[in-house]
Design a protein around this ligand. Structure first.
Ligand code: OSB
Ligand code: MG
Length: 387
């Protein structure tokens, strides 16, 4: 733990290297999902992937902005992030040489919100920095794992049989934890059936804010299924009702949407709003906040795990590096590339071994090759700064 803190803290201090970014490139890439993904927000059958890359000294660092096309999971969209990066964040990043991760996050602090936009650029910088130092990203941030444990997040299905088929499939592939998306009308009975079929698996549910305190008794009925956690049952900005609900349920509440930074994480733990935190680098505004939340939870022995946003391989590679930190004690939503897309933008693709783990790459930076030809062939829009 001490060793990890020392490694991670180096990122925040101005290093000997001053990085002068020559160009920042933004692009959107349309990738079709292998099957539609439905949550309490609605269904999608493709992702408009937003990639950012930063170039310095002949090296290119890659990041991903995880915003969706519609403001449902979060108020951010691909469109708002495009605007905010192009007009504010990229110019701030290019204004003078970068001294550290803290230097970037301080420059971005003067712009309110837009965490996913900020995170995209922090990600690209961290990949670049790792390459400059000739290190794996995992090593740069203080990762300790050679392999990480992973689970799968299963969307709402047209019927129970289809869901059970999916559960069977991913368990047979080795995934260590099944997460079911739930909403009113697709919850107790579904969980009951999956639990009856598999009494001993790690099983969790994610409501994406679909309930209110009026559903309290209904949610309490989930207690009898021995769930690992219930993720984000209530409103995205309501720590108080989550605290009330947690005090009346045995199932640990895990917060996703509610945790937008380390300050909110502190408040949630202080109030007892949750017992587990899902860390998504995009939602919290980048590595600086993600590492801080990890350190906070690790020091208080609060389990964390790495959430997913149906990222392309570039976002996924960052998630793998993050999940190699010591506090990530629960399986992440980091599934194989093939669970999302017919072909991924990185080589090799992310594969899940039969023991439900993913290897943490050891090569410099992300540790994957970027398939630029494939990315270019599917690019919808591209913009570069300076123009
Ligand atoms: O709430 O965790 C969520 C996907 C998009 C937006 C929100 C969420 C999700 C997932 C999928 O659950 C996780 C993944 O496999 O990427
Ligand atoms: Mg979630």
């Amino acid at each position: 733990m001490q060793a990890h803190r020392e490694i991670a803290s180096r990122l925040f201090e101005p290093g000997s290297e001053q990085t002068t970014i020559k160009t920042i490139e933004m692009r959107t890439v349309r990738l079709r999902l292998t099957e539609p993904f439905e949550t309490s927000f609605g269904a999608i059958d493709s992702r408009l992937i937003f990639l950012v890359s930063v170039e310095a000294g002949g090296l290119t660092g890659w990041g991903e902005v995880v915003a969706a096309e519609e403001p449902r999971y979060s108020y951010e969209t691909v469109g708002t992030a495009w605007h905010v990066i192009r007009d504010y964040l990229a110019p701030a990043m290019l204004a003078k040489p970068l001294a550290s991760l803290a230097d970037i996050s301080t420059r971005f602090d003067s712009f309110r919100g837009h965490n996913m936009a900020k995170a995209g650029l922090e990600l690209a910088y961290m990949d670049l920095l790792a390459q400059i130092r000739g290190q794996a990203l995992s090593q740069l941030i203080g990762g300790v794992r050679e392999r990480i444990a992973v689970g799968v997040s299963l969307g709402i299905q047209p019927n129970l049989d289809r869901l059970l088929e999916r559960v069977d499939k991913y368990l047979s592939l080795g995934y260590q934890r099944i997460k079911l998306k739930i909403k009113p009308g697709w919850d107790i009975e579904v969980v009951h059936e999956v639990r009856r079929r598999y009494p001993n698996i790690l099983l969790s549910v994610d409501a994406n804010c679909a309930y209110t305190m009026a559903d309290q008794e209904h949610l309490q009925a989930l207690d009898e299924f021995g769930l690992l956690m219930i993720e984000q049952p209530l409103n995205h900005d309501d720590l108080i009702d989550h605290a009330k609900l947690q005090s009346r349920m045995n199932t640990p509440i895990c917060l996703d949407e509610s945790i937008t930074g380390v300050k909110r994480a502190e408040q949630a733990l202080e109030m007892g709003s949750c017992r587990i935190i899902n860390i998504k680098i995009g939602r919290v505004g980048g590595y600086s906040q993600a590492l801080a939340i990890h350190d906070l939870c690790y020091s208080r022995e609060v389990p964390v795990w790495c959430g997913g946003m149906l990222e392309s391989g570039i976002g996924r590679a960052h998630n793998i590096a993050l999940a190699s930190l010591p506090g990530f004690s629960l399986p992440g939503d980091i599934s194989a590339s093939s669970r999302y897309f017919a072909k991924d933008v990185i080589v090799p693709e992310v594969i899940v071994a039969t023991d439900g783990t993913v290897e943490v790459p050891r090569g410099p930076g992300l540790g994957f090759e970027i398939d630029l030809d494939y990315i270019s062939a599917h690019t919808v829009e591209r913009f570069e700064r300076p123009v």
